[in-house]
Design a protein around this ligand. Structure first.
Ligand code: URA
Length: 269
């Protein structure tokens, strides 16, 4: 995608997010209005893509499952980040239903995911699974993916996890964009700041400010919320209630049933 298209998409996405948030007018300077009223030359057809990676992601298959299988086969063979390809046990591509109406996007695999080859199977994953099931879905009903498909490597002798670096995110994000293009979910949940920044890099404001507010990713409603690992680290009633309120908003948007028990989940504690 060329820069013109990216800038246009980012602008449209930003304006639609504002609209969803209830903003009806935006101030525009006179010079901007004059510039907008002048015809623009159509952008030049892109020459050979600067990044040959863009050329390689094309998927075969007439069904979403077929397209995802084709994409996955390419993803599993990716060695673009040499250091991650060398340190990983396996690529953690994504799991779930390619026809899902709801998709969850996390940050990157941790040690448990790297060992199992599946996103969100460690402690944070158990909390996410509980949330998904409390929403009335099975884990296999939704699709779960990450910004990074490989576990961020740790310095020799150090355990734990580290956040993805920007170049790693830029290299890996085309896989996530391609996954979303195939699934075309009715809603996306961005789990935490990295997922939010990966999908909408043009937004300013952190997860604490933006969680609970509908945004748009390429015309798909997106709900940013806290990452389950954050909620586990700061396991307060307030944080658990906020993430659950965000999920209730998602259910409402999808037109899914919300039982009184769901509605009162935290009130009954
Ligand atoms: N955290 C993430 O963001 N993704 C995983 O898959 C696991 C933990």
């Amino acid at each position: 995608m060329n820069e013109f298209r990216e800038a246009l998409d980012a602008t449209i996405s930003h304006l639609e997010s504002l609209k969803l948030a209830g903003v009806t007018h935006v101030p525009v300077r006179r010079e901007t209005l004059e510039a907008l009223s002048r015809p623009v030359a159509a952008p030049q057809a892109a020459a050979a893509p600067a990044d040959m990676f863009a050329e390689r992601i094309h998927t075969a298959g007439s069904t979403k499952a077929g397209q995802m299988a084709s994409l996955r086969a390419q993803g599993l063979a990716c060695v673009k980040c040499k250091h991650l390809a060398a340190s990983r046990t396996q690529v953690v591509f994504g799991v779930g239903n390619p026809d899902a109406e709801l998709m969850f996007v996390g940050e990157a695999p941790g040690a448990d995911e790297d060992a199992r080859g599946e996103p969100f199977v460690g402690r944070a994953g158990q909390l996410l699974t509980k949330i998904i099931e409390t929403m009335g879905f099975k884990r296999s009903d939704v699709y779960i993916g990450n910004v990074l498909k490989c576990r961020p490597n740790m310095p020799e002798g150090e355990s734990g996890n580290r956040q993805p670096a920007d170049p790693e995110m830029q290299t890996c994000l085309p896989w996530l964009h391609a996954q979303i293009d195939i699934i075309q979910p009715k809603a996306i949940v961005a789990l935490g700041a990295v997922a939010l920044r990966g999908l909408l890099p043009e937004l300013s404001g952190g997860i604490t400010k933006l969680r609970g507010r509908w945004l748009l990713y390429r015309n798909i409603p997106m709900m940013p919320t806290y990452h389950p690992a954050f909620v586990l680290r700061q396991y307060t009633m307030q944080n658990r209630r906020l993430i659950w309120e965000d999920m209730l908003a998602v259910l409402e948007r999808l037109g899914r049933p919300i039982t009184p028990k769901m509605q009162n989940y935290f009130k009954s504690e």
